[in-house]
Design a protein around this ligand. Structure first.
Ligand code: TMP
Ligand code: MG
Length: 216
C-alpha cells in the first residue's frame, strides 16, 4: 500500500456563519478526543499568527483596506502556507479539528457579489488543497444568531452580510456535509459531534483512507 493509505489522523472541518458556536464545539471536541487518548489538535483559519495571517487580521479589524480579490487570495494563501504541516500531522496520526476552511473562503467572498468574483473564481485558488474527511456545518439562522446577543465588531459581522454568506453556504453544500442544527443546546450538539467525529477518526485510524484534494 502507498503511504497515503496507512493509518492516519482525521481531517475534520467545521463551517457555518459567525456566532454558530463553531469555536466552542471545536474546543470541546478536541478536549474530548484527547481525553479518549486520540492525538488531536485544534486549528483555525484564518491562522492569524503568520505574516499573511497578520495582514488578514488587519483587514478583519478594519485597520487595513485590501482589495476584495487580493484579500481572498490572502485567505487562500494562508491555507496553502499550512498545507505541508497539515499533511505531516495527519500522516503522523494526529487528528486535526479545523475551525473554518476553504468553504468559508468561498462563501464570504462570493457573498460580496463583487463583479468577477463569482463562486467559480472564488474556488479556483483553493483547488488542490487537502480535502477534509468530514465537514460539519453548524446551521443557525441570522435571527437565531442575533438572539444570542448579536455579532461582534469585525468586518463581516453584520446581519445583512451574514444572510448572504448563509445563502452561499447553502448553494455550495452537498450531501456529504453533516448539517447540525446549531440552535440545540451546547451539550446536545457536542453529543452528536462526538458520535459522528468518533466514527471518522476510527475510519482514518484503520487505514485505507486516502487524503483527497479540493474540490473533489
Ligand atoms: P473567525 O471569526 O473564525 O476568526 O474568522 C474571521 C472571519 O474571516 C470570519 O468572518 C470569516 C472570514 N473568512 C473569510 O472571509 N475567508 C476565509 O477564507 C476564512 C477562513 C474566513
Ligand atoms: Mg469571528
Amino acid at each position: 500500500a502507498s503511504t497515503q493509505h496507512q493509518p492516519r489522523g482525521a481531517f475534520i472541518v467545521f463551517e457555518g456563519a459567525d456566532r454558530a458556536g463553531k469555536s466552542t464545539q471545536c474546543q470541546m471536541l478536541v478536549e474530548h478526543l484527547q481525553a479518549a487518548g486520540v492525538a488531536a489538535e485544534l486549528w483555525r483559519f484564518p491562522d492569524r499568527t503568520t505574516a499573511i495571517g497578520k495582514m488578514i487580521n488587519s483587514y478583519l479589524t478594519s485597520q487595513a483596506e485590501i482589495d476584495d480579490a487580493a484579500v481572498h487570495l490572502l485567505f487562500s494563501a494562508n491555507r496553502w502556507e499550512k498545507r505541508e504541516e497539515l499533511l505531516r500531522k495527519l500522516r503522523a496520526g494526529t487528528t486535526l479539528v479545523v475551525d473554518r476552511y476553504a468553504y468559508s473562503g468561498v462563501a464570504f467572498t462570493a457573498a460580496k457579489g463583487a463583479p468577477g468574483l463569482d463562486r467559480a473564481w472564488c474556488m479556483a485558488p483553493d483547488a488542490g488543497l487537502p480535502a477534509p474527511d468530514a465537514i460539519f456545518f453548524l446551521n443557525l439562522t441570522v435571527e437565531q444568531a442575533a438572539a444570542r446577543g448579536g455579532y461582534g465588531e469585525e468586518r463581516y459581522e453584520k446581519a445583512d452580510f451574514q444572510r448572504k454568506v448563509l445563502e452561499q453556504f447553502q448553494g455550495m453544500r452537498d450531501s456529504s456535509w453533516r448539517v447540525i442544527d446549531a440552535s440545540q443546546s451546547i451539550e446536545d450538539i457536542q453529543q452528536q459531534l462526538r458520535e459522528q467525529a468518533g466514527a471518522v477518526v476510527a475510519r482514518c485510524q484503520r487505514g485505507g483512507e486516502p487524503i483527497k484534494q479540493l474540490w473533489g
